[in-house]
Design a protein around this ligand. Structure first.
Ligand code: RTP
Ligand code: MG
Length: 147
């Protein structure tokens, strides 16, 4: 069973979209194993976006993600990393299809509402950057056998 790190970015929190974004992943049948509102620190942001260090938009990205609270989550499911990125939609809003979170709600590229891990290695690093192991809850969802 795979885990991913998803995070409603400050624009999603400000626009009151936490509930509707969380619903998309509940609807898909994934299991929420942790979630909390976080004010991301500068250091935490730089660690989170380490892969983009040196790119022209790195500073902007760190400023944006630290500009207000985010809603950080860990979700579990088969192929949850790849599938949740399909639910999220393409990075560029001009390429994000209707039916995806970004396609339905995002209108400008930096403000694309949600982050999702792009690989098992990223997921592990990102989860550890935001959560203590004890915050990840293992529990049975009886509906799982029907999905
Ligand atoms: P994310 O990491 O936030 O889930 O987004 P992603 O995988 O779809 O996109 P990624 O390539 O990892 O880029 C991270 C975030 O950086 C901003 N970005 N700006 N100005 C630019 O050219 C540019 N490219 C990327 C976006 O906010 C993107 O979500
Ligand atoms: Mg990314």
């Amino acid at each position: 069973m795979e885990r991913t790190f998803l995070m409603v970015k400050p624009d999603g929190v400000q626009r009151g979209l936490i509930g509707r974004i969380v619903s998309r992943f509940e609807d898909k049948g994934f299991k929420l194993v942790s979630g909390k509102l976080v004010q991301v620190s500068d250091e935490q942001a730089k660690h989170h976006y380490a892969e983009h260090e040196g790119k022209s938009f790195f500073g902007e990205l760190v400023d944006f993600i630290t500009s207000g609270p985010v809603f950080a989550m860990v979700w579990e499911g088969d192929d949850v990393i790849a599938l949740s990125r399909i639910v999220i939609g393409k990075t560029k809003v001009t390429e994000a299809l209707p039916g995806t979170i970004r396609g339905d709600f995002a209108a400008h590229t930096p403000f694309n509402l949600i982050h999702g891990s792009d690989s098992p290695e990223s997921a592990e690093r990102e989860i550890a950057n935001f959560f203590e192991p004890g915050e990840l809850l293992g529990y049975q969802k009886t509906i799982d056998s029907w999905i």
